[in-house]
Design a protein around this ligand. Structure first.
Ligand code: ADP
Length: 267
């Protein structure tokens, strides 16, 4: 009987450890699949501008060999302009990928300091004036005259730029983008709220579940036309989470979107 029980116990142990290893393997398999998908998406995003650059170089080369039709300078300038745009886009993409990789490996440290977020948000929004002007979008900043915050200024401004850039990108001309900054006091700490509200195309309920995923874009072809890579909101979420905060979206298709960020801080 003792021998039988020992065998039964051994079989049960093997079975339980098999189940546990399977449970452990599922997340590992999922994360490997996600990593593979990420590398495939990143390669695809880099391949598109590279082929545009290649064909631009080829057409410049062919033009040099053909007899001049008097328009060479204009053609060269225009092609060089396209090439510069592609290189700019690739540089931004590589910067975004590096930030996510460093942040995944824990190499990204927050640079904490006290600063007036009202003043720095205003400066940043002024530097984006060309985006608003190009689409005749009106910006409305609502914030107290001074709002002292303790946090990573550069990262918080990067987050604001991502949300405002999207609000402008996905809104028709002649609309309004509202940026609200506010502070809420709780017992031991304070909470900074950043709200970016637009009157744009909106985001359907199914899409809202996925927009914070890396490389997620509702319509890839349309997004390329808008100049996005689908990493903006993934980076925004990473910044918010690394600051101990939350980011939420409220939206309806065709009725605009509101992105709300809440970040606790003390000091
Ligand atoms: P992208 O570079 O494509 O803008 P993001 O990660 O910033 O990438 O956004 C992911 C997707 O979420 C976008 O492709 C778009 O479909 C949707 N989205 C983000 N912000 C808005 C917004 N303010 N209004 C409508 N759709 C938005």
């Amino acid at each position: 009987v003792l021998g039988g029980l020992t065998i039964l116990f051994a079989v049960a142990c093997v079975f339980v450890s098999y189940l546990m290893s399977r449970r452990a393997m599922i997340p590992i398999a999922q994360s490997l699949a996600r990593q593979r998908e990420f590398v495939a998406d990143a390669s695809h995003e880099l391949r598109t501008p590279l082929s545009v650059l290649m064909s631009s170089i080829e057409s410049l080369g062919m033009r040099k060999q053909a007899p001049s039709d008097g328009n060479d300078d204009r053609f060269e300038q225009r092609t060089l302009g396209y090439m510069k745009d592609e290189v700019k886009g690739m540089t931004r993409l590589v910067g975004d990928l590096l930030y996510l990789a460093r942040s995944d490996s824990g190499a990204e440290q927050l640079q904490l300091a006290r600063f007036d977020i009202r003043a720095s948000a205003e400066r940043t929004l002024n530097s984006l004036a060309h985006l608003f002007e190009a689409k005749q979008i009106v910006l409305d900043l609502q914030a107290p005259d001074k709002l002292l915050m303790y946090g990573d200024e550069q990262r918080l401004l990067q987050l604001l730029v991502i949300l405002v850039d999207n609000a402008v990108k996905y809104s028709p001309s002649g609309t309004l983008v509202r940026v609200k900054l506010a502070e809420e006091k709780q017992r031991s700490h304070r909470i900074l709220t950043i709200a970016v509200v637009d009157q744009g195309i909106g985001i359907s309920a199914e899409e809202q579940e996925r927009i914070f995923e890396r490389f997620y874009r509702e319509d890839k072809a349309r997004s390329r036309q808008f100049g996005g890579h689908g990493l903006g909101l993934a980076i925004a979420k990473r910044i918010v989470v690394s600051c101990g905060g939350i980011i939420q979206v409220a939206s309806k298709s065709g009725q605009g979107s509101a992105f709300i960020v809440k970040i606790p801080f003390s000091e």
